[in-house]
Design a protein. Structure first.
Lengths: 151, 520
């Protein structure tokens, strides 16, 4: 599977970030495994430590398995002054997790993120690729419920 | 061309897509057809409208009435009342009390002149408003050095942060002999509260491409890269589409317009690191490395991407270029002040009545921006402070409301103008709290390459945490200043040099608050 993804790109180092994105996006647990790192290392002819270096530098990558849905709540100043801390508290209670953890049912991983660039609708979170703005505690509850029902 | 009685502009963005804007538009068109209005009312899918409403938003021209948070159920009422009987529906309007609508200064816009008017996904609409004429002119009627001279004469300064004159930057790379040169578009847009570049790309992607092309021609680059944050999916899709359309039309590719000039543009995406907005860190990231900044000199203009001469420009900077080439430097200098020509794009957020996007002359005061373009303060709130320029920005107080916003007048505070983020705070917000949020951000985003920034950001966060909890003293406040000053003097890149801006301005402008909280 990893080989197939790699082969879509030219084997040059500048494609590393794109390859890692695709591997992570297509993995059901949204992470990059040791096995994937080995494959990419062979394909790009790069030492694995370079790949780990890149993986751990950028906040969008994960080296540990994550839930089916990744929640990324913005904690930057514009969302902060609009009460993102309350939203975070609510999410923690709803999901029964701390920041960075995955819920027991494996449905959600809760993460914090720097500015998502939707500050006009602060506070904001992303679930996977979808942006949810103007959050209130009630709205968060509805959104989480929607994802649970979609199960 | 068909004439319509009214145009309905629907904003397609992340928030509205989520609220089901595509189904909404279909239902709206169906309803218009049902009432026989489809020949009279034109529904257009477009980019940012200039205000950030909730959910699905639209503007109706020529009445200039804005609606927000529309649901499919509202369509019959909207069509029947507004479009059929000509009676706008206050219940659904952006602001039914004051009838506020953002000031639309299209005749005074450069960067956003098409934004919200044309369909950004259709190259024909861009060409229809004069798009790519400047590119043709640059390619067939001008020598590369003439382009550089024109941009120099326009006085265009970089809109990324530091405000370095763009023409001078280009003039470093243009005369160099090299087998390959590059143009890199810095579309990282990571400054918290600033997302003007995203809105420029989403509203009018072709104008950015055109500016990039002209820059490439001026410096002799045959390859350009656009570096975008991985989080901006819609933006990436729109630009990919725009590039594909330009290639199809032969505006990009080999031997463009029979000039013998070849150019291709590609998109590279990031993976979440604030420091990658710094030009050398961005180049590292483009090459597939950790985004650690490089030592300067050599500057990227001489040795950049893969050690080749590389011009790195911000999105807004390049989006200004087609206008300059098309209309000349003199026309451009009519905007702004004598020292700082042109316009500036801002995103206004926080406790204003209507958060929004605007483009105004350089030198427009904060007061004008807040009152005319954001409808003043939110009802019942007073202005206390504004964080201008994002996390690397400054906290301005009431006495700065009438200071001209340009690189020259803001002098010591000027470095922050670029990112164009204005976050307005009301009298109940705590300055210590906002500073805490800023310093937490820096602690997270320091790349760790150099000791002053790596350790300094940690220490600053510890100190502000202590102060915020009420356990700090005025000595701690002084230490914060000393640490941040040391970081400014010794950090490797602009990231570590930035926390001083917020800290110093917060303490200078709101000293009472620090005194009060440390006395507890």
């Amino acid at each position: 599977m990893y080989k197939k993804i790699c082969s879509k790109y030219e084997p040059t180092k500048d494609n590393l970030i794109h390859i890692l994105h695709e591997i992570q996006d297509t993995h059901p647990q949204h992470y990059i495994s040791d096995e994937a790192v080995e494959e990419v290392s062979k394909y790009l002819n790069l030492p694995t430590n370079h790949i780990y270096g890149v993986l751990t530098f950028y906040s969008m990558y994960s080296t540990t398995p994550r839930g089916k849905n990744i929640i990324r709540l913005c904690e930057s100043p514009p969302c902060y002054i609009k009460g993102s801390e309350n939203i975070l508290r609510k999410l923690k209670v709803l999901l029964g997790v701390e920041t960075g953890e995955t819920s027991k049912d494996g449905l959600f991983t809760l993460e914090l993120s720097a500015c998502l660039g939707v500050c006009g609708n602060a506070p904001v979170m992303m679930i996977n690729e979808d942006v949810y703005g103007d959050l209130t505690e009630e709205k968060v509850e509805e959104i989480i419920e929607k994802y649970r029902r979609a199960q | 061309m068909k004439y319509y009685r009214s145009h309905v502009l629907v904003s397609i963005n992340d928030t509205s897509i989520n609220a089901g804007v595509k189904d909404f538009i279909q239902a709206l068109r169906a309803e218009l057809a049902k009432t026989g209005l489809q020949e009279e009312i034109n529904v257009l899918e477009t980019g940012p409208l200039g205000f950030f409403g909730r959910g699905i938003c639209l503007t109706v021209y020529p009445e200039n009435i804005n609606y927000q948070d529309l649901k499919t159920e509202d369509i019959p009422e909207l069509v029947n009342e507004h479009f059929l009987k000509g009676r706008p529906v206050p219940r659904l309007m952006l602001d039914s009390d004051s009838k506020f609508s953002p000031k639309l200064n299209y005749d005074q816009r450069v960067v956003l002149r098409n934004s919200g008017i044309i369909d950004p996904e259709n190259i024909d609409e861009y060409i229809g408003v004069g798009g790519y004429e400047a590119w043709e002119k640059a390619l067939t009627q001008m020598q590369p050095m003439e382009i550089v001279e024109e941009v120099k004469a326009s006085g265009l300064r970089g809109r990324g942060g530091a405000g370095f004159p763009a023409g001078i930057k280009w003039s470093f790379s243009a005369p160099l002999e090299a087998e390959q040169k590059y143009v890199v578009v810095n579309a990282h847009d990571g400054e918290p509260g600033s997302f003007k570049d995203r809105l420029i790309k989403e509203g009018d992607p072709h104008q950015l491409l055109e500016g990039t092309m002209i820059c490439a021609r001026a410096v002799g680059a045959t390859k350009a890269w656009i570096y975008i944050r991985g989080e901006y999916k819609l933006c990436i899709q729109r630009l990919e589409k725009a590039i594909a359309q330009a290639r199809e039309y032969g505006i990009l590719g080999k031997n463009i317009f029979d000039s013998g000039f070849d150019l291709d543009i590609e998109i590279k995406i990031g993976a979440g690191a604030y420091v990658c907005g710094e030009e050398t860190a961005l180049i590292e990231s483009l090459e597939g490395n950790r985004g650690n900044p490089r030592w300067k000199p050599p500057f990227p203009g001489v040795e950049g991407l893969w050690r080749k001469p590389t011009v790195v420009n911000n999105v807004e900077t390049l989006a200004n270029v087609p206008f300059i080439i098309q209309n000349g430097a003199d026309a451009y200098r009519k905007f702004g002040t004598p020292e700082c020509s042109g316009t500036k794009v801002y995103t206004i957020l926080g406790d204003v009545a209507h958060p929004g996007l605007c483009e105004v002359d350089m030198g427009t005061t904060l007061r004008t921006i807040i009152n005319d373009y954001a409808g003043g303060m939110k009802k019942g709130f007073r202005f206390k402070a504004a964080l201008v320029g994002g996390a690397a920005g400054v906290i301005l107080s009431e006495r700065h409301l009438d200071v001209k916003m340009d690189f020259a007048s803001l002098n010591q505070y000027a470095a922050v103008l670029g990112s164009g983020a204005i976050l307005v705070m009301n009298e109940h917000q705590s300055i210590v709290d906002i500073l805490w949020s800023i310093l937490r951000f820096f602690r997270h985003e320091s790349c760790g390459k150099c000791a002053p920034c790596r350790n300094g950001c940690q220490q600053l966060y510890k100190l502000i945490n202590k102060i915020k909890k009420g356990n700090g003293t005025m000595d701690d406040v002084e230490v914060m200043l000393t640490v941040a000053e040391m970081m400014q003097a010794t950090s490797f890149c602009a990231l570590g040099q930035s926390p001083i801006m917020g800290i110093r301005s917060a303490i200078e402008n709101f000293k009472d608050e620090f005194i009060a909280i440390t006395k507890k």
